[in-house]
Ligand binder design. Sequence first.
Ligand code: PLP
Length: 342
Amino acid sequence: MYGRDGNPTWTALEEAVGGLEGGMALSFSSGLAAIAAVLECLPVPGRVVVASDAYSGTRRYLADVAARGRLRYRTVDIANTGATLEACAQVVDTPGRPSGAPGDLGSSGILWLESPTNPLLAIADLESLAAGAHLLGMDVVVDNTFATPLLQRPLDLGADAVVHSATKWLAGHSDVVLGVAVTRREDVHAALSTRRSLHGGIPGPWEAWLVLRGIRTLDVRLQRSQSNAAELSTRLRGHPQVTAVRYPGLPDHPGHDLATRQMAGFGAMIAFEVPGGADAAEAVVARCRLATAGTSLGGVETLVERRGRWAGEEGLPAGLIRLSVGIEDVDDLWDDLEAALS
Ligand SMILES: Cc1ncc(COP(=O)(O)O)c(C=O)c1O
């Protein structure tokens, strides 16, 4: 009837992503538009518990809405299941019941998870957290951007909804901005579809087609990026100018055993630290020739960035560098990183 309510190219994309995640998908103009649509379902005042190192845009959105009195939220280390559920219990007990109808998404609050987190690569026990949050009456949303549905299916682990920045691995070529939300719940799907039409956060058909085309190669891109990341994480750990490497595939990563059970692979995001703080890390990034300095991730080309350069990321180690590993030759990538580090 009208282009803001439906489009056959969105439908094709939504069938593909919904099939991969095992739910019903809705596409949005960006990952953040999908995130905002989900959080807009909360009755006022909403209650949210969120990973302390969740994507900074999600935290900025929560801070903005909270500053206008429409929700209260707490940040927590989501790798600590006990502390996360304790924070959920406290948020649910906040005086002043929100006005939503029981059963609406987030009527008692939302636990907002990312796993692995951006950029610290922490792993959350999605199944235990979803079960614990549900006992408290909360709903659970997982940002699955880093893992993709090929490595992790949060709806199978109990999540009520999944969001994606399809801008990243799903599209895969750093040339499009688009978001997706997926759920198995008819009520949540209907609520999100209404939010999308009301707010107008719709994707362009061209962008939807680009993501659909990108998904055709997701599996092979991810396999190559992931094997590159596994190799680079090991080599980085042995480098004298690297003080820490965070990659869930490394056996000494605190979430390694959990990631082995929960994921079909460890993904292709790495964070590592260099001594000498921000200046040294910026110098490493500036000296990369093959890896491109850039703030996005999930493309065929390797992107490198010091995350602490952005507002909202001040709590990160100053020398932390995030690497989104692409599909280049792994020895070429290593030569580049090694030269930059040296
Ligand atoms: C984990 C995560 N979620 C959501 C977003 C937001 O997505 P978009 O940039 O498509 O709005 C990003 C962007 O970097 C992200 O890294």
